[in-house]
Structures are given as structure tokens and as C-alpha cells.
Design a binder for this molecule. Structure first.
Ligand SMILES: C[S@@+](CC[C@H](N)C(=O)[O-])C[C@H]1O[C@@H](n2cnc3c(N)ncnc32)[C@H](O)[C@@H]1O
Length: 282
């Protein structure tokens, strides 16, 4: 495949990779820098074959003609990075147990949690395990309940999340053998998460460029390792909308490489136990 092939392109038209890049930025916010051109060719090869398309030019043309389609879904699945693991970075889960939950989760309180950009579900389920185990050790929390919403723009990633079935190599990265035995049962050649860790978790497709107001209000939002793919202005808009979904006093957790560099009126950093989380001011 040759992205700059003149086949089917009018003289003077923009190269296909550039048009693809602009298209994806408009649709899902991710920016493909020029260094990603090789990656795009590599990842989109199977999509071209599956949809009987000749080259990147014809793919971009098809996307522009029919913006909501199975082809768009396949391109999104191929071009988004789904790298994730269980209890990623450890700190966010430890600080929940040591600081956030003792302050926020009171007897009878229903805790609402959003794992935004949850990829294949490891983050949402790591949260569920953390909450379940916390509940088991806190008899004072009589009547306390929770629900966790996992969202992502990639339908393929969400299908894995929803099945709760993980392969023995990549799918269970981050877990010790003891955790593997405690949280999973062997099934269909993989590891199936036990129902007790799944019962409070639901997944749905959601594009972070859309307004999340309809998802409701949350006590805790994990928005990790996705902001890095957005341009500064899109990051700013996203953070404002996400902040608006936090209840007063609720917590936002970003990825380790992500910080709030500009002012976000309602979000205040809290330096706790060697890391930073953000709290919505009342
Ligand atoms: C690197 S993964 C991060 C997964 C998890 N949050 C973690 O930290 O392990 C990034 C995820 O962001 C999703 N994503 C990218 N753009 C998105 C958008 N506009 N809306 C929702 N999800 C998006 C991708 O599909 C991918 O699953």
C-alpha cells in the first residue's frame, strides 16, 4: 500500500494520510502525527483487505462519503491504542483504599464510578475488585453499594471488556499468580473473571468528544492514558466536561504522564501518598 499513491486522487489533493489524520481528529479527537504514517499503513492493511479497498486513498474517500459505518468502526478499532493492564500503576488503586474511599464512601451511600476510555476492561474491573475487597473489610459500610461504568470509543475493545474473558498472555498482565487464581476461572482456553467481580460493572460505547452530561454524576472518574492522544484545546474541553460530571468533592484520576497544566477552575490537585489526584471543589 502506498498512502501517497496518486491513484484516484485529483492533482493537488492532500495526501491520504493527512486526510485520514484530519478525519480521525474530527471524529474521535486523536491526532496522528507524521511519525504515525508507517503505523497507519501497518494497522490499516487488514481493514483494506476486509472491505475490499485498494489503498488508503480509497479508504479515506469511503469514510468521507459514509462517515457512520462498519468501515469507520474498523478504522477506529485499528487506529486506537488499547494498551492496558490490571491495576495499572498501582498508585490510583492504593490511594482509593487508603484515602478516597474512607472519606467518600459512607454507610448507605451508592458510589458511582466512571472508567472513561476503559479499553478492554482491565481498569474498570480492577476498580470493581478494589471496591469489593474494600467492602469486605469494612463492616461499618452497611448498605453501601456501587456501580462502575466503563466506556470506550472502540467497539472491539468493549466486546472483550463485556465478555470478561482474557487470554493467558496479554490479557492478564499485571496480575500475580495468587490474584489470577482468586479473580478468575479457567474457561475456553482463557481466564474468565468470576461473576462477583463483574456484577457491578457495565460497559457502553461513548466518544469522549461528545457531551458526557447524559451519563450522570460520579463520585470517582478514571480518565487515564487517553488525554495524551488529544490536542491541547481538545484536552481542555474534555477536562471541563468531565469535571462537570463530578459531584462536589468527587475525585478525578489521570494517568501518570498526564497532569493539569492549565487552570481548571473547579479541579484542585491533592498530593497524597506520593502521587496526585484531583478533587472537584464544592
Ligand atoms: C491506552 S488505552 C487506556 C486504557 C486505560 N484507561 C488504561 O489507562 O489502562 C486508551 C483508550 O482510549 C480510547 N479512546 C481513544 N479516543 C477515544 C475517544 N474519543 N473516546 C473514547 N475513548 C477513546 C481507545 O479506544 C483506547 O481503548
Amino acid at each position: 500500500m502506498n498512502a501517497t499513491s496518486p491513484v484516484g486522487r485529483a492533482p493537488g489533493a492532500e495526501p491520504a494520510f493527512l486526510r485520514l489524520s484530519r478525519f480521525l481528529e474530527r471524529r474521535i479527537g486523536i491526532v496522528l502525527g507524521p511519525e504515525r504514517e508507517y503505523l497507519a499503513h501497518h494497522r490499516l492493511g487488514p481493514v483494506l483487505a476486509a472491505f475490499g479497498l485498494r489503498d488508503l486513498d480509497s479508504l479515506v474517500l469511503a469514510l468521507e462519503r459514509q462517515p457512520a459505518s462498519a468501515l469507520l468502526d474498523a478504522v477506529i478499532d485499528a487506529m486506537t491504542t488499547h494498551e492496558t493492564l490490571w491495576f495499572r500503576d498501582r498508585y490510583p488503586f492504593d490511594v482509593l483504599t487508603s484515602r478516597v474511599l474512607p472519606e467518600r464512601w459512607l454507610p448507605g451511600h451508592h458510589l458511582r464510578v466512571w472508567s472513561a476510555a476503559c479499553s478492554t476492561g482491565q481498569e474498570a474491573y480492577s476498580l470493581a475488585i478494589t471496591l469489593e475487597e474494600y467492602l469486605q473489610h469494612q463492616p461499618r459500610l452497611r448498605g453501601a453499594t456501587y456501580d462502575i461504568l466503563g466506556t470506550d470509543v472502540s467497539a472491539a475493545a468493549l466486546a472483550v471488556a463485556d465478555a470478561g474473558l482474557y487470554d493467558a498472555q496479554n490479557g492478564v498482565r499485571g496480575l500475580s499468580p495468587a490474584q489470577l487464581a482468586r479473580y478468575f476461572e479457567r474457561q475456553r482456553g482463557g481466564h474468565a473473571l468470576r461473576p462477583v467481580w463483574r456484577r457491578g460493572v457495565n460497559f457502553r460505547r461513548f466518544n469522549l468528544l461528545d457531551d458526557p452530561a447524559g451519563l450522570g454524576s460520579f463520585d470517582l472518574i478514571f480518565l487515564r492514558n487517553v488525554l495524551i492522544y488529544f490536542q491541547a484545546d481538545a484536552q481542555q474541553r474534555l477536562l471541563e466536561r468531565v469535571a462537570a460530571c463530578l459531584a462536589p468533592g468527587a475525585t478525578l484520576v489521570l494517568g501518570t504522564a498526564e497532569t493539569l497544566t492549565t487552570r481548571h477552575g473547579v479541579l484542585a490537585p491533592r498530593r497524597l501518598d506520593g502521587g496526585v489526584i484531583y478533587q472537584r471543589q464544592s
